[in-house]
Design a protein around this ligand. Structure first.
Ligand code: DGJ
Length: 740
């Protein structure tokens, strides 16, 4: 594994057992892309891969060589205005108004392991031998600019991580108007694009479409990664499916505005890029200053979409999520939000916690409404002092009472926000993002604090620390309930304004960094009106995130399924809530709600005291089940088998690393009538081992289960031990265990 360098020919071949990524210094000094895909043998040079011939009538060619046109070459980090008419990876504006730059190769550096990116979340290594990093240094002498392209390749994973760093080495300032994290030119466009699109309450729905000429893009300009699109896209070959075929995934480790796009040109090539959205972005660089982009994680899979997802799961669970909770079993929690909303007092909270303890639940989480005078969502954000009318003993009092029950205590914050009706806003009206000479939009009756300003971040950090230091708190739910509008930082100059979106995110990362370092044993769960900021950037600080405010058990099947394309089971905060469901008014059976939620960081979000005796018994059993199997569920290999976006029954399974056992989940939306024959092919088992199947009295070998499948049209088949559960909105959990 590693980086093979051919200095004479200017070829850099990043490779491991699985992949090759080959780039080359081109005759004009720019970096060209030659190949990305399954491993190929090395050569001193790959001249045949540099396709020079131009096709159009009048391409803009390199002086002295009419065959050399950037328009038709595959490049690594294309510039604006240098003869390439496609979208550039970056754009710089100079004081004289020129936007033309040309960065040419100057040298390289190989670094064992993977250096951290200052102030930014990033994939890491624990030992240098896990990965190696290549830095390619390029220069534009006209603007005294330096551009460094960073590449990391992992030893054991088909992963390339890319980012770029700009530096101004000259006296004259210039501005970065666009700086993508990755640009990747591929030689043909016979792909389908997958992205995860949605909205609040239906986050990360699966969206596939064939690539077509022109640009197809996803983005966020909301100041957070958003419910609408996730910072991820994949290109899959048209014949690829979940289990086989070629797929390239692009995932951006960033939580703010982003753009990810695939541009198909008329010669049938495709340029994929991802990075900070250029809209509203303009970063001035003075002498000696640097700008580092967030990083993008490319995964190549020749084992279909499941193959790609499993690589992301492994990498993000073990080398992006960090700290005390990374490998620990996550506590089963009960959250009071849907049980009480903001109408609670010490007694009602204590009663839920006490019942939870009886049922085996481990952590009580006090949600919104505990501070200031917050009886509804119109006030008090920013005033992080307990409401003593609701909680006479303060947070310390209730946290101690809950802890004395033998449970852990967790608390909700929305650190980035302020209500107009609050002491904080009265004292610091200039601390919000917004204009000071016109009215600003409110979102959920609140403003966004200006986290581009250090003093604001420090103030909120101090308030949170005070509470965390005085009370036995082991968990924080960090919420964020509105997008950014009216982007303006009061009191700051013109040049500063184009940096605010990004500085806002850097401020959030800084606060996360401070709190996770000061309280390393506190478990952070991220949340943003449900899943409005569920991205790899946040996962670096908070190893789990609240997936969606839609808690309907069957709606969750879709949301979890979509989320699983990138994010591991361990990162998905999932709760069983009450019926009728508060979002859909459906009555999904308790067993289905739990069957779905157990594929994640499991919890409840209802008044447990309102459950019948029978239901309480069921909950106790669910809690026992999750305690016993959570490690397996979080660390096993996850396979999507059947999509809820395509079929009436969805299915997925988790297989243990040794392939000895697997848990299959099948979710049915509508009860079929006189259904046809149906077999579900399993995945990930050992073909030659024999398995017991928990709901039937015959055994099968792995090859049979994977090639023939498991008969699902069971009513007619008469092969089940017991009648399978029937009806709408039902779930079946089936164990498949190796015999002997
Ligand atoms: C939105 C979150 O997604 C909910 O779970 C809850 O915490 C509310 N905010 C509280 O305001």
């Amino acid at each position: 594994m590693g980086i093979i360098i051919h200095e004479e020919t200017g070829v850099f071949h990043l490779c491991n057992d699985k992949i090759s990524y080959i780039i080359k210094k081109m005759p004009d000094g720019h970096m060209g892309q030659l190949y990305y895909g399954s491993r190929v043998r090395d050569r001193e040079d790959f001249p045949h891969l540099l396709e020079l011939a131009h096709r159009d009538m009048a391409p803009c060619v390199f002086p002295g060589d009419t065959t050399f046109s950037l328009e038709h070459l595959k490049q690594e980090y294309p510039a604006f205005g240098t003869g390439d008419m496609r979208y550039p990876a970056y754009e710089i504006s100079r004081e004289n108004g020129s936007r033309i730059t040309s960065f040419c190769y100057r040298g390289f550096r190989v670094i064992p392991g993977k250096p951290a990116l200052p102030g930014l979340p990033a994939v890491y290594v624990e030992e240098d031998r896990e990965a190696v990093t290549l830095e390619i240094r390029l220069e534009d002498p006209v603007i005294c600019g330096e551009l460094t392209l960073l590449y990391t390749i992992f030893e054991e994973l088909p992963v390339i991580i890319r980012s770029a760093r700009f530096q101004n080495g000259g006296e004259i300032p210039w501005k970065l108007e666009r700086a993508m994290s990755v640009s990747l030119d591929l030689p043909d466009c016979k792909y389908e694009m997958l992205d995860l699109a949605g909205a609040s309450l239906r986050e990360r729905y699966v969206d596939f479409h064939r690539l077509h000429p022109g640009v197809q893009s996803i983005h966020s300009m909301r100041g957070h990664s958003s419910h609408q699109f996730n910072p991820f896209l994949a290109l899959k070959r048209e014949n690829a499916d979940e289990h086989s075929g070629e797929v390239i995934g692009v995932s951006l480790v960033y939580s703010g505005n982003f753009l990810a796009q695939a541009e198909v040109d008329t010669m049938g090539t495709v340029r994929v890029m991802a990075g900070i959205h250029p809209e509203g972005f303009c970063w001035p660089l003075q002498k000696g200053e640097e700008f580092q982009t967030p990083e993008a994680v490319l995964v190549y899979s020749d084992e279909g979409l499941n193959g790609m997802s499993q690589v992301y799961h492994r990498l993000y669970r073990k080398r992006l999520a960090r700290g005390y909770w990374r490998d620990r079993e996550r506590p089963i929690l009960v959250n009071n939000w849907e049980a009480t909303y903001m109408k609670f007092n010490e007694e009602s909270i204590y009663a839920i916690a006490k019942k939870a303890k009886e049922l085996g639940i481990e952590l009580f989480v006090l949600d919104d409404g505990w501070f200031g005078k917050r009886d509804d969502d119109t006030s008090s954000l920013g005033d992080w002092t307990p409401d003593l009318d609701k909680l006479p003993g303060g947070i310390e009092g209730i946290a101690r009472s809950v802890t004395e029950l033998g449970m852990q205590f967790g608390l909700w914050f929305e650190p980035e926000m302020v209500s107009p009706k609050s002491d904080l806003y009265e004292a610091h009206p200039d601390w919000i993002l917004g204009n000071d000479d016109r009215e600003n939009c409110l979102g959920r009756h609140q403003y966004v604090l200006d986290f581009s300003k250090d003093e604001v971040v420090d103030y909120i950090g101090d308030r949170m620390e005070e509470i965390l230091k005085t009370s036995p708190i082991t968990y924080i739910k960090w919420d964020m309930n509105r997008s950014i509008s009216d982007l303006f930082s009061v009191g700051k100059g013109k040049e500063y304004q184009g940096t605010v979106y990004h500085r806002q995110i850097l401020g959030i990362y800084r606060l996360y960094d401070r709190l996770t370092k000061t309280f390393p044993q506190v478990l952070f769960e991220s949340c943003a009106s449900g899943g409005g900021r569920f991205d790899p950037g946040i996962l670096y600080y908070a190893p789990q995130g609240w997936l969606s405010d839609d808690t309907d058990g069957m709606e969750r099947v879709k949301i979890q399924y979509g989320t699983s394309y990138v994010y591991p089971v361990s990162s998905m905060g999932n709760h069983v809530s009450a019926v009728p469901n508060h979002q859909t008014f459906r009555k999904v059976p308790l067993a289905t709600r739990a069957a779905c939620a157990c594929f994640g960081a499991f919890g409840y979000e209802l008044d447990l005291g309102l459950l019948t005796e029978e239901e309480q018994k069921e909950v106790k059993e669910q809690v026992r089940f999750v305690k016993k199997h959570r490690k397996f569920l979080h660390t096993g290999t996850f396979y999507r088998l059947r999509s809820p976006f395509e079929e009436n029954e969805a299915a997925w399974m988790v297989v243990s690393p040794d392939r000895n056992e697997a848990l299959l989940a099948v979710f049915r939306f509508r009860q079929p009538v006189n259904r046809g024959y149906d077999r579900l092919k399993l995945a990930g088992l050992s073909p030659d081992r024999e398995y017991e199947i928990s709901d039937r009295d015959y055994r099968c070998f792995g090859d049979e289960l994977m090639n023939v499948g498991l008969i699902l049209s069971d009513r007619a088949s008469g092969v089940l031990k017991a009648e399978a559960v029937q009806g709408d909105d039902t779930a079946r959990l089936i164990w498949v265990r190796a015999v002997g």
